[in-house]
Design a protein around this ligand. Structure first.
Ligand code: PMP
Length: 428
């Protein structure tokens, strides 16, 4: 009989919730074992149901950029909650948030707030189709844009064939307009526009991919995408749900100097509460209801308590030096882990962009989905569990990026590297 509260809760959870979790990756299916049920979090740490403390490198999959339970964020949430949880009518907080986002993200003149990244990308896609009057969309293998039907697609069997659903319940008819291409493949993208240019409504991309571990887009790839979209009258959608306000203030578009037509945001802009958004030029956003013909709505959109958390987070990340410090932490971690693996003779490397990082059991960081899939997954799984025992919580799957927060100081990073040194010694 187990006495672990995590085991007990997981057994109970599986009786009333499919797989015991409310989002699949939490179930540890990829790494095996029992998910940790979290009871509280503070700064760079969280604690599980057995009272064990972990250094957390997930940060709720990105939102916790200022650290967990930041006193100013908590205070803003408490103050907002005391005034009422939701009104279904506009609030000043939403005006302030829209003003802040449009000021900080170069390509966004108008923005609509929603409650999840899935809604943001789904709505941006509908807008792109509505505004162009075209149906076809281009996405890239390994990028995740939430679970809207036309985005749950993998590449078809032939070159430049339209995609196959990656989930049961998604009709072929829904995905027959989605062309799935290889990330970082400029030639293939050109071919796609040569063949279907006048039918393509948009290209949607994670400009820093964080859902196939961390994979950086090459500047040439992003540049080609921008030029081809402009040339063929298609819209470029940057899905910055993960990398927005994570790789730089202003997101990947500020970092790389490329202006998308539409941007999806989420995670950081809610600071741990459900806020996401999509936006672009005022001319494009005029297509949205209630003034335009593209419909979209939400009972809890722009929720006052969630917006309070998001606005406070957006204020904190604008402190001088915030992103320099965040990136320095990610760099220290990536370089420290790489050095520790090398000492132990383990094939491993790591990379980072701003406050996002990738850990790879391969010689070099992957540049495509296929390269990422070729990494040593069983090594990762062993590493993951050994680190968990050491009190370090990395993403429970080899396909996911990691995140540092402003509270991951040098001492925390060095403690992580010390733990990894021990673990790598057992991995060779
Ligand atoms: N786009 C990207 C790039 C994401 O990383 C995610 C979630 N990880 C989503 C969209 C979907 O966001 P949500 O889970 O809030 O629906």
């Amino acid at each position: 009989m187990t006495t672990s509260q995590n085991d007990i809760l997981f057994a109970r959870a599986q009786k009333t919730t499919p797989g015991g979790v409310n989002s699949p990756v939490r179930a540890f299916r990829s790494v095996g074992g029992t998910p940790r049920f979290i009871t509280r979090a503070e700064g760079p740490y969280f604690w599980d149901a057995d009272g064990k403390r972990y250094i957390d490198y997930i940060g709720s999959w990105g939102p916790a950029i200022v650290g967990h339970a930041h006193p100013e964020v908590i205070k803003a949430v408490q103050d907002a909650a005391a005034l009422g949880l939701s009104f279904g009518a506009p609030t000043e907080g939403e005006v302030l948030m829209a003003e802040e986002i449009t000021r900080l993200v170069p390509s966004i003149e108008q923005v609509r707030l929603v409650s999840s990244g899935t809604e943001a990308t789904m709505s941006a896609l509908r807008l792109a189709r509505g505004a162009t009057g075209r149906d076809k969309i281009v996405k890239f293998e390994g990028c995740y844009h939430g679970h809207a039907d036309s985005l749950l697609v993998k590449a078809g069997s032939g070159l430049l064939t339209f995609g196959n659903p990656t989930s049961a319940g998604v009709p072929e008819d829904f995905v027959k307009h989605t062309l799935v291409l290889d990330y970082n493949n400029v030639e293939q993208l050109k071919d796609a526009f040569d063949s279907f240019g006048s039918e393509i409504a948009c290209v949607i991309v994670e400009p820093v991919a964080g859902n196939m571990n961390l994979v950086k887009a090459t500047p040439a790839f992003l540049q080609a995408m921008r030029e081809l979209c402009t040339q063929h009258g298609a819209l470029l959608i940057f899905d910055e749900v993960m990398c927005g306000f994570r790789v730089a203030l202003g997101g990947a578009q500020a970092l790389y100097g490329i202006k998308p037509d539409l941007t999806a945001l989420g995670k950081v802009i809610g600071g741990g509460m459900p806020v996401a958004a999509f936006g672009g030029s005022a001319a494009l956003m005029q297509h949205m209801a209630p003034i335009g013909a593209v419909y979209q709505a939400g009972t809890l959109s722009g929720n006052p308590v969630a917006v309070a958390a998001g606005m406070t987070t957006l204020k904190l990340i604008q402190q001088p030096g915030f992103y320099q410090r965040l990136e320095a932490s990610a760099k220290r971690l990536a370089e420290g882990l790489s050095a520790a693996a090398k000492e132990a003779g383990v094939t491993f490397c790591a990379d980072y962009v701003g406050g996002m990082f990738g850990l790879y059991f391969s010689e070099t960081p992957p540049t495509t989905y296929a390269e990422m899939m070729a990494g040593d997954r069983s090594k990762f799984n062993t590493f993951f569990h050994a680190m968990l025992d050491e009190g370090v919580y990395f993403a429970p799957a080899a396909f996911e990026a990691g995140f540092v927060s402003a509270q991951h100081d040098d001492a925390i990073i060095d403690a992580t590297i010390d733990a990894a040194r021990k673990v790598f010694a057992t991995l060779k």
